[in-house]
Design a binder for this molecule. Structure first.
Ligand code: CUA
Length: 365
């Protein structure tokens, strides 16, 4: 007869420690760049409705189930623990019809209770308020690995930073130009898949001004983790000023300046203009499935919060991105089709040339 082990094995202790460590390590995941990006701190109506649904009824149901189940297990562990000198094996039972029916029925009832409010909320969310509303309308297009934002109402296009108005509903039409992505601004709204050939709708109202973190939430290739964006929620006046700025012709850098040298390199030797436009306006009748350019539009990149769809937009990071693209974001088009080819042909930019292009980029604000 098999003896019951007295102590937990070293292996099970290790597994428990590993689990505890995982909990500790992953609990920091909601903080990005010192900012909370947690769904538990909603700043938009959709995120708030989803969070409220989670707290009541789901959270309290979970607590009750947890206390009952673990309580019952603990009571039995203590009550039926092996006594010293007791070598008997308890009666071996297999199957109990009543118990099995009970523990199939109870979870089914709990799931049904959760399903009713969840389903109701799913139908409430992302409903287009119709043409009569004052909703802002924008298009979100996923690319491997960056986000493009178009405002057909104003004929302007940008990338990385999505500008919205506090208290004003936004209707986003979401699609992709390559593989399936998922648009997710955790503090503002849930996730909506960006699927090539389809247009999905996301509707929410931002409730706070500020800069909010967003992330692609569908595994879409090597740089999926680096497919982020920021949502800049502004007052109507600030937003109007931003739109007006983008609709004006972009200012030329002063003649003879480092930025002017950068502009020449941009359009000439460096070959940036082949993929990146610096004009923020476009023909607003362009269908959402038609590509405007290979890479992100760089108009007013100097004032954006996010660079290369993941890192903070600082002069140092901009320099590093142009000078060592494949270290910063391997497999990106910019690495594979620009940096690597230049490296092979020995035509990489000198530090001074990178400085000039950075100066030009920073002048775009
Ligand atoms: Cu796009 Cu993950």
């Amino acid at each position: 007869m098999k003896r019951i082990a007295k102590r937990p094995s070293t292996r099970s202790v290790l597994v428990m420690l590993l689990l505890a460590l995982t909990v500790v390590l992953t609990s920091g995941c909601a903080v990005i760049g010192g900012k909370i990006a947690s769904t538990s701190d909603p700043a938009g109506d959709q995120a708030r409705l989803i969070w409220d649904l989670f707290i009541t009824p789901v959270w309290w149901l979970v607590i009750v189930v947890f206390v009952l189940v673990t309580g019952w297990i603990l009571i039995n562990i203590v009550r039926f623990r092996r006594q010293p000198g007791d070598t008997r094996i308890p009666p071996q039972v297999h199957g109990n019809q009543r118990l099995e029916i009970a523990w199939t029925l109870i979870p089914a009832i709990i799931l049904a209770l959760i399903a009713v409010p969840s389903t109701r909320l799913i139908f409430e969310l992302n409903r287009d308020p119709g043409p009569g509303s004052n909703a802002l309308r924008a298009q979100v297009i996923g690319h491997q690995w960056w986000w493009e934002f178009r405002y057909p109402e104003y004929g302007i296009v940008t990338a990385g930073d999505l500008h919205l108005v506090v208290g004003r509903p936004v209707v986003l039409t979401i699609t992709s130009h390559d593989v399936i992505h998922s648009f997710w601004p955790p503090r503002l709204a849930g996730k909506v898949d960006a699927v090539p050939g389809r247009a999905h709708t996301m509707v929410f109202t931002p409730e706070e001004t500020g800069v909010f973190y967003g992330q692609c939430a569908e595994l879409c290739g090597a740089q999926h983790a680096h497919m982020q964006f920021r949502v800049v929620v502004q007052t109507q006046e600030e937003f109007d000023a931003w739109v007006a700025k983008l609709r004006r012709p972009i200012p030329e850098p002063p003649a003879g300046s480092l930025a002017a040298t950068g502009q020449q390199l941009y359009a000439g030797k460096a070959g940036c203009a082949g993929c990146h436009q610096v004009s923020p306006t476009y023909d607003p009748v362009t269908p959402i499935n038609k590509t405007l350019a290979v890479g992100p539009n760089l108009a007013y990149i100097g004032e954006r919060h996010v660079l290369a769809a993941f890192t903070d937009n600082t002069p140092e990071e901009l320099h590093r991105w142009i000078a060592s693209t494949c270290d910063v974001k391997p497999y990106s088009i910019m690495c594979e089709k620009w940096w690597r080819i230049r490296a092979e042909q020995n035509t990489l930019l000198t530090t001074e040339e990178v400085d000039a292009i950075v100066a030009y980029m920073l002048s775009l604000q």
